[in-house]
Design a protein around this ligand. Structure first.
Ligand code: PLP
Length: 384
C-alpha cells in the first residue's frame, strides 16, 4: 500500500467500504508500458476503471482509449481525448450507437463477423460519414490459455474467417485496417502473444494476396497486476512481444496498439472493508469459520466469480496465527461468497469491526458494484 493511501485512510470519515486509487501508481504504470513497448500506442481499456481523474491523467499523458459503449466514449472525451484517440473496441454494438460514435468523430471500430461489418457500413451512411473514412479491425479468437480471467469463445472469429470479414469490409467501402486479439486477462505467460501474432501475420499475407493491405495489429490487454502470485515485469512482456512481432512479420512490423486495463490500474487501488460477522458453522467436514465482510460479489468483488481472482487481503492482526476461513459478502444472496472452494487464510483472532485491506482492486471493482442490491450503496471510490 502506498503511503499516500495509508494517510488518506487514516484521515477519512468512515462511511462503509471504499476503494482508494493512487494516481502516482497509474502514472508509473503508464510510463512502464510506454518504455516497454516504445513503438506501440496505448489505448487504455476504460472499462477497467473509468474514474474521471484516471482518464484525465491518462489523457494528459498521451494515452488513447479503448471504449465499449457510447457512455465510455463520452467519458474519454470529457477527460480531454479527441475522437481520433478513441476506438470503439466492443465487437457487439447497436447500430444506433455506432452511428452516434461516428457523429462524435470516432473512426476506429472492432468487428468479428460480417453482420457487424454491415452495421458499421449502414451506420456510416446514417451518420453521413464516408465509409472510406471508417477503419475496422477484425478480432480473432484466442483460447486464453495461461490467463486467470480468459475471454475466449465469446469474442473473435477463427483466423481463417477473418480474411473474409475484412474483405467484406472492403466490399462495403470501409477501410480494412487490421487484426486484434486478447490473450486473456491476467495473463501470466509472457509468450502468450506469439501464437496469435502468427495467426495475425497469416491474415496479413492472405489479405495481401486478395489485394487488401492491412496496417495494424491490436495486441489487446492481458497484462497482469500483482495479486498473490509474483508476475513478470512489463519489460518481459515487451521483449517477448517484440520477438514475436519480428519472428512473424520480419522487417515489416505493422503499426501496433495495446489495450491495457488491469495492468494499468489494478495495483493502484486498495479497498478498505470491515468485518461484519465471524461465525463457526458445523459441517460434515467439521467446524468451519465463516468471515463476513461489508463488501462482496455485489459490492465490487465480482471477479471472485469461480474464485479466479484471489486478492491479497491484509489485516492488523497478520502477525497472529492464520487459519483458513470461508470469506463472504454481506448480502442475502447465497452466491455472495468470495472464497469457499479454496478457503482463505486469515488471522484466527480476527474480530467483528476489524478493518481489512483488499489489495490490487483498482481494476474491475467500482463498475461491477451494484447500485443498491439489498439497499447497500455502490462502492465508494476516492482517487488521490
Ligand atoms: N480490450 C478489450 C477489447 C477488452 O475486452 C478488455 C477487457 O475485457 C481489455 C482490452 C482489457 O484487458 P485487461 O484488463 O486484461 O488488460
Amino acid at each position: 500500500m502506498t503511503e499516500r493511501i495509508r494517510e488518506f485512510l487514516r484521515n477519512r470519515r468512515e462511511d462503509g467500504p471504499c476503494v482508494v486509487v493512487d494516481l502516482d501508481v497509474v502514472r508509473d504504470n503508464y510510463s512502464k508500458f510506454a518504455r516497454a513497448l516504445p513503438d506501440t500506442r496505448v489505448f487504455y481499456a476504460v472499462k477497467a476503471n473509468p474514474a474521471p481523474e484516471v482518464l484525465k491523467l491518462l489523457a494528459d499523458l498521451g494515452s488513447c482509449f479503448d471504449t465499449a459503449s457510447v457512455v465510455e466514449i463520452e467519458l474519454a472525451l470529457a477527460a480531454g481525448a479527441t475522437p481520433d484517440r478513441i476506438s470503439f473496441g466492443n465487437t457487439i454494438k447497436k447500430e444506433r450507437d455506432i452511428a452516434r460514435a461516428l457523429e462524435i468523430g470516432v473512426r476506429l471500430y472492432a468487428v468479428d463477423c460480417e453482420a457487424e461489418v454491415e452495421k458499421v457500413a449502414r451506420a456510416a451512411a446514417t451518420a453521413g460519414v464516408a465509409a472510406s473514412e471508417v477503419k475496422v479491425f477484425c478480432r480473432i479468437l484466442c483460447d486464453g490459455a495461461g490467463a486467470e480471467w480468459p475471454l475466449s469463445r465469446k469474442f473473435g472469429c477463427v483466423p481463417e474467417m477473418a480474411v473474409d470479414v475484412l474483405e467484406h469490409a472492403v466490399r462495403q467501402g470501409l477501410e480494412a485496417y487490421g487484426v486484434s486479439f486478447h490473450v486473456g486477462s491476467q495473463q501470466g505467460n509472457t509468450e502468450a502473444w506469439d501464437q496469435a501474432l502468427g495467426s495475425a501475420s497469416a491474415i496479413f499475407r492472405e489479405c495481401a494476396d486478395r489485394g487488401i493491405h492491412l496496417s495494424m495489429v491490436n495486441l489487446g490487454g492481458g497484462f497482469p497486476t500483482k495479486y498473490l502470485k509474483t508476475i513478470p515485469q512489463v519489460e518481459a512482456y515487451g521483449e517477448s512481444i517484440f520477438r514475436a512481432l519480428s519472428k512473424h512479420f520480419g522487417n515489416r512490423i505493422p503499426e501496433t496498439i495495446i489495450e491495457p486495463g488491469r495492468g494499468m490500474v489494478g495495483n493502484a487501488g486498495i479497498i478498505e472493508a470491515e468485518v461484519v460477522l465471524v461465525s463457526k458453522k458445523s459441517r460434515d467436514e467439521g467446524e468451519v469459520r465463516w468471515v463476513y465482510l461489508d463488501i462482496g460479489k455485489f459490492g465490487g468483488l465480482a471477479e471472485t466469480m469461480d474464485e479466479s481472482i484471489r486478492y491479497p487481503i491484509r489485516t492488523e492482526r497478520d502477525d497472529d496465527h492464520m487459519a483458513p476461513c470461508v470469506l463472504a459478502g454481506p448480502t442475502c444472496d447465497s452466491a455472495d461468497v468470495l472464497y469457499e472452494k479454496e478457503p482463505y487464510p486469515l488471522p484466527v483472532s480476527l474480530e467483528i469491526g476489524d478493518k481489512v485491506l483488499i489489495e490490487g482492486t483498482g481494476a474491475y471493482t467500482t463498475t461491477y458494484s451494484a447500485v443498491a442490491f439489498n439497499g447497500f450503496p455502490p462502492l465508494k471510490s476516492y482517487v488521490i
